[in-house]
Design a protein around this ligand. Structure first.
Ligand code: B12
Length: 250
């Protein structure tokens, strides 16, 4: 982490420690709008560590539940306020033509992590549909069908939700043939038995494959453009006669 990023993380954390939501939000949002930090680095190096520290402090009894709520709501405000920067980044990436529905399964309240994941899909050129926390199973199915998505991504933070999640994923697969169903989130860092590797999403791998495919597509289009340029140059080499004849005509 660069010194500036570390400084920003400390400023936002200090403001939240003082329960000063306005300063925390303004500091983070201005850092993005001034170009001091980009959104992926803000998430990775400032917001995620800050929330994890808040959770650790709560578990250690050093932070109250309301302070944890205050911090996570301030982070939510920051995330929504930098969404236009996410959309600019999305507009600059070639569209993948793929779409993803992101939801927390029933009874899972932790949706902030998944909200950040949605932005990463957006920035990689996917079309995203984010449904948030505690989404009823049938609504996930209906939305996936109505929107015709290519993939459904579910997040779980609490490991005691994993048994129910296994059931949901199996049912989703049966109800949505041809749709990729992936899971992820902190619960999988605690327990992963009973899950296949291809079910637990490796986001970096998926999005870097997509980046590589997009780069290859760009190269192909550059090659096509070069071929077109070369063909044009060859035509131009023949052209003097024609141009000359045009001139003569004129
Ligand atoms: C904020 C918070 C809450 C908020 C949630 C706000 C919200 N809408 O999201 C509220 C107050 C609602 C809450 C409630 C509870 N919480 Co809570 N909470 C947290 C806290 C402090 C931060 C979570 C967070 O937002 N993290 C920041 C995000 C950005 O990080 P992340 O979730 O890890 O996500 C990142 C990656 O994991 C990944 N990711 C996430 N999802 C996915 C999905 C895919 C597919 C992929 C590829 C990647 C991915 O991408 C993200 C970006 O890098 C954590 C502490 C911690 N260590 O995280 C506890 C924590 C998750 N909570 C915990 C608990 C126990 C609870 C409660 C049961 C408390 C209670 N007794 O009521 C309830 C559960 C409610 C429920 N039914 O789900 C425990 C979970 C323990 C466990 N191992 O199961 C934690 C770890 C706290 C602790 N240290 O014990 N909580």
């Amino acid at each position: 982490m660069g010194e500036d990023t570390e400084g920003l993380r400390r400023q936002v954390a200090a403001a939240l420690k003082e329960h000063d939501r306005a300063t925390a939000v303004r500091t983070a949002v201005e850092a993005v709008s001034s170009g001091a930090i980009d959104v992926p680095a803000l998430y990775r190096e400032v917001l995620v560590p800050l929330l994890h520290e808040t959770g650790d402090a709560w578990r250690a009894g050093a932070t109250t539940v309301w302070e944890e709520h205050l911090a996570s709501q301030a982070v939510r405000s920051i995330v929504e306020l930098v969404y236009p920067a996410v959309l600019r980044s999305k507009a600059a990436s070639p569209p993948t033509g793929r779409s993803v529905l992101l939801a927390c399964p029933p009874e899972e309240a932790h949706d902030l992590g998944l909200r950040l994941v949605a932005d990463r899909f957006d920035m990689a050129g996917w079309t995203t549909y984010f449904l948030g926390a505690d989404t009823p199973f049938d609504e996930i199915v209906d939305a996936a069908r109505a929107l015709g998505v290519d993939a459904v991504v579910l997040s779980s933070s609490t490991h005691f939700h994993l048994v129910a999640l296994r059931r949901h994923v199996d049912r989703l697969r049966a109800e949505l043939p041809g749709v990729d169903v992936w899971v992820g989130g902190p619960a999988f860092a605690v327990a992963r038995s009973g899950w296949r590797d291809d079910e637990v999403l490796d986001l970096d791998a998926l999005l870097s494959d997509a980046d590589a495919a997009a780069a290859a597509a760009r190269e192909d289009s550059v090659d096509v453009a070069h071929a077109a340029d070369e063909a044009e140059a060859a035509d131009a080499a023949d052209a003097p006669h024609e141009a000359g004849s045009e001139e003569q005509k004129a």
